[in-house]
Structures are given as C-alpha cells and as structure tokens.
Design a binder for this molecule. Structure first.
Ligand code: ATP
Ligand code: MG
Length: 274
C-alpha cells in the first residue's frame, strides 16, 4: 500500500514509522496545535533545554526571544525531530506524538522549518522554484515530468503574490535580492501547506525595507498557519508579535505581550547579563 494514498476525507496519510496516521487525526478542538511539556535536552551533561513547556495555538504567530544559547534553535530541533529530548512530551494536536515520528514524517504531517540560509535554486526562475517545491511534495502525486494543471498554476501564482514577488516571477532566483530570496523560500514552504512553520532569524542581513515587508508577510500568514518566529531584533518582534515567549537557560522565563516582557525585571536582568 502506498504510504501517501489519499484517504476518504480527501486528506493525505503519512507513514509514521510504519504506523499510518491521517491528517484528520490532527485534533485541535480542545487545545493547542503544538505542545511541549517538561522537555529536557542535554549535550554532554549541559542542559540546553531544561523542563521546558510551551503551547502554541492554531493560527497564532508566536515570537520566541532569549539571549544567545537560551535554547531557541534546540527547541526547533526537537519539534522537527532533528534532536530527541531526554525527557518530556511533544504533541501535534491532541493525539499525534511527535516523539514517535522521524524527521521526514514530521515534515510530511505539516510542520516545516525555514533555516537562515535560503536554499533556493539560483538557476531556476521564481515560478520554477515554486513548481519544484510542489513537485517534490510527495502528497501531490505529480512527478518532475508532469505538466502542471490549471489549479496548480493558480496556486503558484497566488503564492507569488503572497510573497510579494508578483513582478519577478520569470526572474531567475539568482538575480533576486537577499530579502526576496528569503521570501521565495517562505513561498516554497507555503507550497506544502504547512500547519506549523518554524522560522529561525528571518531578517538577518535584510535591509530596513525588506524587514518591513517580512513583517507584513508573516502577519498575513497568521490565522492560516501557526508560526513560531525566533528573532533577536526587538523592533521587528514588536512589529509582529501579539505574544512573546522569553527563553533563558533552556526554560521559559516568561510570556506575554511585548510590553509585558520588556518591562519584566527578570527579562531585563537576563538581557543585561546580570
Ligand atoms: N549539538 C550540540 N552539541 C553540544 N552543545 C550544543 C549543541 N547544540 C546546541 N548546543 C548548546 O546548547 C545551548 C543552546 O543552544 P541553541 O543553539 O539552542 O541556542 P539559541 O537560543 O538558538 O542561541 P542563538 O540565539 O545564539 O542562536 C548552547 O549553549 C549551545 O552551545
Ligand atoms: Mg539559534
């Protein structure tokens, strides 16, 4: 039996270490879309994550801040299956245990990650990069040699508009600015209709104008996807955040609005390195 057969609900099944789960099992009726409880990760005795608990709601845009080494990237590694925690639980919806799944299955189930360095194909156009993202998405059946159908073309065009590259869809990706390449990569992730997107330091190296556009893009995606953004630039975080989680020494120090966390004496202490 094919692992990615469409089920009776018109959704796609994913193989989870030999067990079949279907997207219809993603149950967020009674709680968050993603939750981690009491998660610890040690590297040679050093606790990069220390009894960390975090809850992300469906459709929310959450910002994750914290000093260098706080464990932000390690947290993303745990969610995506790259790093296994020593203890704790990590659930997608109420019923999908991510600790029982490997990295490709987690991605397939709808949790995707944008790394800092864009990995677009410079020799291909914007449109072709998105086409490739569609064709390497195993849920879609099409092979690299299949012609796109009208619906798929429309979807690519729609995503090109979303990422603000409407005027350059026939331009080679190599000719794009650094910021435009980052948006294209976000577009390539969007082709796979992720439920959760993890974005680590999206604005590094961007111009002021590109930073503003990136804020608009992420804000436009909330509600449709749950997005977790790790970023050091506080002005940027303020421009997109409704809820901010502060990590420190592998645990959640505090959560709240940007004003709440910035006025929290513990947060001030941590950032001043006191
Ligand atoms: N593979 C690893 N082996 C050993 N130590 C690691 C490993 N990965 C991370 N660490 C350590 O775990 C701690 C947390 O690292 P992490 O990269 O998660 O921090 P971060 O919050 O993302 O920091 P930054 O803001 O600098 O990106 C750091 O002290 C780091 O040196
Ligand atoms: Mg990091």
């Amino acid at each position: 039996m094919n692992a990615y057969a469409e089920n009776v609900f018109g959704e796609y099944d994913t193989r989870v270490r030999g067990i079949m789960i279907s997207a219809s099992e993603l149950d967020v009726r009674h709680g968050p879309i993603l939750y981690l409880e009491d998660v610890s990760v040690s590297f040679d005795g050093f606790k990069a994550l220390n009894d960390l608990s975090l809850y992300i709601d469906a459709g929310e845009l959450r910002c994750l801040i914290g000093p260098n080494g706080a464990g932000k990237t390690t947290l993303m590694d745990v969610i995506t299956g790259k790093t296994r925690p020593d203890t704790g639980s990590v659930f997608f919806g109420q019923t999908i245990d991510l600790l029982k799944m490997d990295e490709p299955s987690i991605a397939q189930a709808g949790i995707c990650r944008k790394f800092q360095k864009p990995s677009v194909f410079d020799a291909l156009t914007v449109f072709e990069n998105l086409e490739l993202a569609l064709k390497t998405d195993r849920r879609t059946w099409s092979t690299l040699f299949h012609r796109l159908n009208g619906e798929q073309r429309d979807r690519i065009e729609q995503i090109i508009e979303t990422i603000g590259l409407g005027t350059c869809h026939q331009l080679r990706a190599g000719a794009l600015s650094h910021g435009q390449k980052q948006w294209l990569e976000i577009g390539m992730l969007l082709m796979q209709e992720p439920k959760v997107m993890l974005v680590d330091e999206p604005i590094a190296g961007m111009t002021h104008q590109e930073i503003e556009r990136t804020a608009e893009l992420l804000l436009s995606l909330q509600g449709h996807h749950s997005i977790v953004v790790v970023e050091h630039d506080m002005e940027f975080v303020r421009s997109i955040a409704s809820k901010v989680t502060v990590l420190h020494e592998g645990s959640v120090l505090t959560e709240g609005t940007m004003d709440e966390v910035q006025n929290d004496p513990r947060v001030i202490q941590v950032y001043l390195g006191g």
